[in-house]
Design a protein around this ligand. Structure first.
Ligand code: DGL
Length: 262
């Protein structure tokens, strides 16, 4: 594989925050990005549906472009689909795990916040992560679909509704010793500056993008030949306004945009 094919998968634009970190380290891979906008947001969808769609979409893309590595660039999906994907595909599957461990290490007050989707915050996977790595911390959990939608708006060229954003974060406003927040949804690094504005007491906002990039690099770096080519984005439901999004995607290195029927 001269240009290893890496598929990024998310329900929407959030996975681009992970893709950007990986591409910054590995500019010469063949990148595919699929967002399942037909089923967006994943936040409150059933685990069974998320597993079914993710596996089916990855299989459909793999049938036209044999994939070398899959990055599930979505925390919500990663909390449930990784075992099923690893059973289906004989290739490396990299998930996105909320950065609870580094947050627990870096926090000085040992009071940390997990900002994620409603689905992610209630999963056993998260309870286990907290027990294993942050048992010595007080962990506040905030699940939000509104923030996911706001990030999506931003990437589609619309301005954010700052009142809605402030209201959503209001429950943490008065927690003075909350010094670290885990951005446990890949959409949130895209609106980090706006989130930061409403939580001025927080010193550290931590996401998993760089750690994933390092992991992907370790899996493919010996297989790369320095050549460039097409990079493709797939969506699962026709887009109302393609132009703004397409402009953003082109700036990120994508050269094709296709509808995927699943
Ligand atoms: N970007 C996804 C995540 O990291 C979730 C977005 C959604 O709810 O669809 O959890």
């Amino acid at each position: 594989m001269n240009r290893p094919t890496i598929l990024f998968f998310d329900s929407g634009m959030g996975g681009l925050s992970v893709y950007s970190e990986v591409r910054a380290l590995l500019p010469y891979c063949h990148y595919l990005y699929c967002f399942d906008n037909a089923f967006f947001p994943y936040s409150e969808k059933s685990e069974a549906m998320i597993i079914e769609r993710t596996v089916k979409i990855c299989q459909t893309i793999n049938a036209s472009y044999p994939i070398d590595l899959i990055v599930i660039a979505c925390n919500t999906a990663s909390t449930v689909v990784l075992p099923a994907l690893r059973q289906t595909f004989n290739l490396p599957i990299v998930g996105t795990v909320p950065a609870i461990k580094p947050a627990a290490e870096i926090s000085q007050t040992k009071r940390i916040g997990l900002l994620a989707t409603k689905g992610t915050v209630k999963r056993q996977y998260i309870a286990d992560l907290i027990n294993n790595y942050a048992a010595h911390c007080q962990v506040e959990k905030l699940g939000s679909t509104v923030l996911v939608e706001q990030a999506e708006q931003k990437l589609n060229g619309f301005s954010l509704d700052l009142v809605t954003l402030a209201n959503e974060l209001d429950v943490w406003k008065n927690i003075a010793d909350l010094d670290t927040v885990v951005l446990g949804c890949t959409h949130f690094p895209l609106i980090k500056q706006e989130i930061q504005q409403y939580l001025p007491q927080v010193k550290y906002f931590i996401d998993s993008g760089k750690a994933i990039a390092t992991r992907v690099e370790s899996l493919v770096k010996d297989k790369i030949n320095h050549s460039v080519g097409e990079n493709c984005v797939y969506y699962t439901k026709p887009l109302n306004d393609k132009l703004t999004l397409w402009h953003t995607l082109q700036q990120m290195g994508f050269t094709q945009l296709h509808h995927l029927s699943v």
